[in-house]
Design a protein around this ligand. Structure first.
Ligand SMILES: Cc1ncc(COP(=O)(O)O)c(C=O)c1O
Length: 433
């Protein structure tokens, strides 16, 4: 286009658009029309809303037991040494910030699937996995949910454990799935309701979707035993349900990636075709890097390829392509045996600190003179403890002691340190007398 044409076009554009824009303004403002006046505030997020109030609290004794993010022994956020090493390598290696492919970095997808399924997995050998990088675990929930809402050939109702992380219900409803529940854990008892679970799953209409947390269940800290997972797998097969696993805490439950993969690897061995949603937020501490993946297991390679094209279609229309920094970190760590070993040790260390804090909380409650049974604190695993505190007791903890946690009594164990655990235990004792 020559500059004369461009000038003519600009003049025409101005002549054409200006009067229209001012007409619109005049019409709406003279009638006092406002585009967003009808809007009401969205309800505050049940967890992040409390964090906002915590941040405003000036009390020096305040304790944050709210968000599921790891903290060190001084209560400070952590960047894992393996991640820092990987970042140094990235700085030397890359000179670009180009877009990733729609489904993310291919090496990231391959290594992530290996971490989930094991390097010798027959699924991987036969290329039966459709794996796409996603915007962390939440992005994986969104992409898988949208995919199932659009293409699932059965009943597009997803059955969730009661209770579960609040965003499961929110995201799945948002993408158009129906949501229903199966019994999982009665918060008053704080134990797996295995009978209730089996009974409810047995009643789910055939060819529906059954959703599980792969390990270290949020918010209960209660997982089925290995024997129970085997029974659940058989029942899910009998009912012809499609199993979806959310794996946000691999490594955090037992400190070992292999052990923590038992649930979904058992389902695969039993012949299920599953979906697995993975997050590196907790295990690698990449919270803000938004790094995760979504995998569907197919019957054959060409089916896997087709699934991937449809996931890409959803991603393209949603956020176009995923971020690159977090996935580069994952690649550097998982592709380097030394760095990978270092990371495994770090995850083990994090999981051990959480266990130590559970023990310390229980011991300090007993030392404070509490006569309640607090065994559930040490029987539960992972990042969370469903404390059995009532909403009224939680409110008193916050109002009188500046200890913050969600109203359901979920304690993020990572917020406990050797410095605050006695204070927290004494306060819990006071509000539960
Ligand atoms: C059970 C569960 N799944 C998924 C997620 C998603 O986390 P992210 O989006 O940070 O990967 C979380 C976060 O707390 C979680 O607890």
């Amino acid at each position: 286009m020559n500059s004369g044409n461009f000038k003519n076009m600009s003049i025409r554009y101005l002549l054409f658009t200006k009067p229209r824009a001012s007409n619109i303004q005049k019409r709406h403002f003279s009638e006092e029309f406002f585009w967003w006046k009808h809007l009401e505030n969205a309800p505050p997020d049940s967890i992040l809303g409390i964090k906002k109030i915590y941040n405003m609290d000036k009390n020096p004794n305040k304790v944050d037991l709210i968000v599921g993010a790891y903290r060190d022994a001084n209560g400070k956020p952590v960047i894992l040494p393996s991640v820092l090493e990987a970042e140094k390598m990235i700085e030397k290696k890359y000179t670009d910030k180009e877009y990733a492919p729609i489904s993310g970095l291919p090496q990231f997808n391959q290594l992530s699937a290996q971490l989930l399924l094991g390097p010798d997995s027959s699924v991987l050998c036969n290329q039966l996995n459709a794996t796409s990088q996603t915007v962390s675990g939440s992005g994986a929930l969104y992409v898988s949910g949208k995919f199932m809402a659009q293409f699932f050939p059965g009943n597009t109702c997803i059955y969730l454990p009661q209770p579960t992380w609040a965003n499961h219900e929110a995201i799945f409803k948002f993408v158009g799935l129906e949501v229903a529940w199966y019994r999982y854990c009665d918060p008053k008892v704080s134990k797996l309701d295995f009978e209730g679970l089996m009974d409810d799953i047995n009643k789910i209409p055939e060819k529906s979707i059954a959703f599980f947390q792969g390990c270290a269940h949020n918010p209960t800290g209660v997982d089925p035993s290995q024997e129970q997972w085997c029974e659940i797998s058989q029942l899910v097969k009998k009912r012809q349900l499609f199993p979806v696993f959310d794996v946000a805490y691999q490594g955090f439950a037992s400190g070992d990636f292999y052990n923590d993969a038992f649930s979904f690897r058992t389902f695969l061995q039993d012949g299920h075709k599953v979906a697995i949603l993975q997050s590196y937020s907790k295990s690698m501490g990449l919270y803000g890097e938004r790094t995760g993946s979504c995998t569907f297991i197919a019957d054959c390679k060409s089916e896997a390829d087709t699934i991937l094209t449809q996931m890409e279609e959803i991603i393209r229309k949603t956020y176009s392509s995923p971020p690159i920094h977090g996935s580069r970190i994952v690649v550097e760590i998982l592709a380097d045996e030394n760095l990978k070993y270092m990371w495994f040790q770090e995850v083990k260390m994090m999981s051990e600190r959480l266990k130590a804090m559970r023990n310390a909380l229980k011991e300090n409650l007993e030392k404070a003179g509490s006569k309640h049974n607090w065994d559930h604190i040490v029987h539960q695993i992972g990042m969370f403890c469903l404390s059995k505190l009532t909403p009224k007791q939680v409110k008193k903890l916050t109002d009188d002691y500046h200890i913050y946690l969600p109203a359901d009594g979920r304690i993020s164990v990572a917020g406990l340190t050797t410095k605050n655990v006695q204070y927290v235990a004494n306060a819990i004792h006071e509000v539960t007398k």
